[in-house]
Design a protein around this ligand. Structure first.
Ligand code: UDP
Ligand code: MN
Length: 416
């Protein structure tokens, strides 16, 4: 080889030398560039090495960086799960989406590919565990996920009765119904052309009996459940007609959970699980069981996954038979089916409120964060929220005032 080169004319030798020099310069430039900027998209690894894979050697070659990248992404998602306040396992991607809500976007504007400065900052902060949380969000921000739950994924059912159309239903229609007209359905016990028209056909005559007794209430709940199942929506949310539903907050709440996981979200009104005695025909003693149930008067939501499990035992009107068997009201029957029969625990969401709680303790600065409110008039006294706005004569239930506080642009609200 060297002999052949030596035998070449001088000018070829010079050319070869020049070419070698050029190759060396290009190689050196590349090395310098890598040491300054690293390999694009491969900078997550050092953070994982230092805080997740404690004690493991950091990857040393570019090939290792590249091949371990998917593992890095998966590890980031797991960290998001571990650090999430969510009450139970949801798919990692959903958790990340949930975290995005609490992330302060003004903190940093993420470019498509992290810059050297951002990465340096990340590397510094990665030594404390919290960073990976932020990091996963930044990684996700670069490739936005579609929203998990939107208003149109929710079926909102409101139980009402003929005698409450002019009082309770009218109030709902003027306020929060306007924010969920296509998603809200009223389950009543009569035909009513006036409100049928006001709700654009969203009044359902269940043909259940009128009256505040167990069978009538279970009959309506059964209809609500069956019509939800037919709707194909992702979430079933029941409310009473003395509830105010904070629609955007409801959507935000459900967005934190997956409709394909079994979820029973609501709030009990008792401090310990309900204890009931089931008749047992084949035994001399009655069987004692305990379970929690979400108070119907505060509202509750069920994921589609859970309702599909309920379908064979409680669908198609069977809900009424179960209520008949245990002889308890509709919300208790719901708890019995879900907690006792299906063994799906109630997830307590404190932001639901029934009038079994004193409404005045809900602080106005937290109104935006509450999912539901209620009111009651008992012993000549109103149990209502304390909110500035219309006078007590005009708005004894305080829902107009609440609505204007949450959505001041409504036409009936006083000018700001
Ligand atoms: N309700 C009903 N039929 C009646 C009375 C009440 O369907 O004859 C419904 C009412 O519309 C409400 C729920 O049952 O959605 C609870 O009724 P209410 O608030 O009057 O009583 P509570 O159980 O809260 O004391
Ligand atoms: Mn009530």
């Amino acid at each position: 080889m060297s002999l052949t080169v030596l035998s070449l004319p001088q000018r070829y030798k010079r050319l070869l030398q020049a070419m070698s020099l050029a190759v060396a310069v290009v190689y050196m430039t590349l090395l310098l560039y890598q040491s300054a900027y690293g390999y694009p998209g491969m900078q997550l690894q050092p953070q994982l090495s230092s805080s997740l894979l404690d004690g493991n050697e950091p990857a040393t070659t570019t090939t290792q960086h590249a091949s371990e990248l998917p593992v890095a992404a998966a590890a980031l998602q797991l960290v998001a799960v571990a650090s999430s306040p969510s009450p139970s396992p949801i798919t990692p991607s959903l958790i990340i989406r949930k975290d995005i809500h609490s992330f302060n976007f003004s903190d940093i504007e993420v470019s498509e590919r992290p810059t050297a400065t951002l990465l340096t900052e990340l590397a510094r902060r990665s030594r404390n565990g919290e960073l990976l949380h932020d990091l996963s969000q930044r990684a996700v921000t670069a490739t936005p996920q579609p929203p998990t739950t939107e208003l149109d994924d929710i079926f909102i059912s409101v139980k009402t009765t003929k005698n409450y159309h002019d009082t309770r239903l009218a109030l709902i229609i003027k306020t929060w119904f306007q924010l969920a007209r296509d998603q809200t359905w009223f389950f009543t016990d009569t035909d009513d052309h006036y409100y049928q028209e006001k709700t654009k056909g969203h009044l359902i005559n269940t043909k259940c009996s009128q009256g505040h007794f167990r069978k009538a209430l279970c009959c309506k709940m059964s209809a609500e459940l069956d019509i939800f199942l037919e709707s194909g929506k992702k979430w079933f949310c029941h409310f009473d007609d003395d509830n105010y539903v904070n629609v955007p907050r409801l959507v935000k709440l459900l967005d934190e959970y997956s409709p394909s996981v079994d979820w029973y979200l609501g709030k009990p009104s008792i401090s310990s699980p309900l204890e009931i005695h089931l008749d047992n025909k084949n035994a001399t003693t009655n069987k004692k069981i305990t379970f929690w149930f979400a108070t119907g008067g505060a509202g509750f939501c069920l994921s589609r996954a859970l309702t599909l499990k309920m379908l064979p035992i409680a669908g198609g009107g069977k809900f009424i038979s179960i209520g008949d068997k245990i002889r308890f009201p509709d919300d208790v029957t719901m708890g019995f089916i879900i907690e006792h029969l299906l063994k799906v625990p109630l997830t307590v969401v404190d932001n639901f409120h029934s009038h079994l709680e004193p409404m005045e303790v809900i602080r106005p600065d937290t109104f935006q964060d509450q999912v539901s409110f209620s009111y009651a008039h008992m012993k000549n006294q109103w149990n209502v929220i304390k909110v500035d706005g219309f006078d007590l004569k005009t708005d004894p239930k305080r829902f107009y005032s609440l609505h204007c506080r949450l959505f001041p642009y409504f036409s009936f609200c006083p000018p700001l």
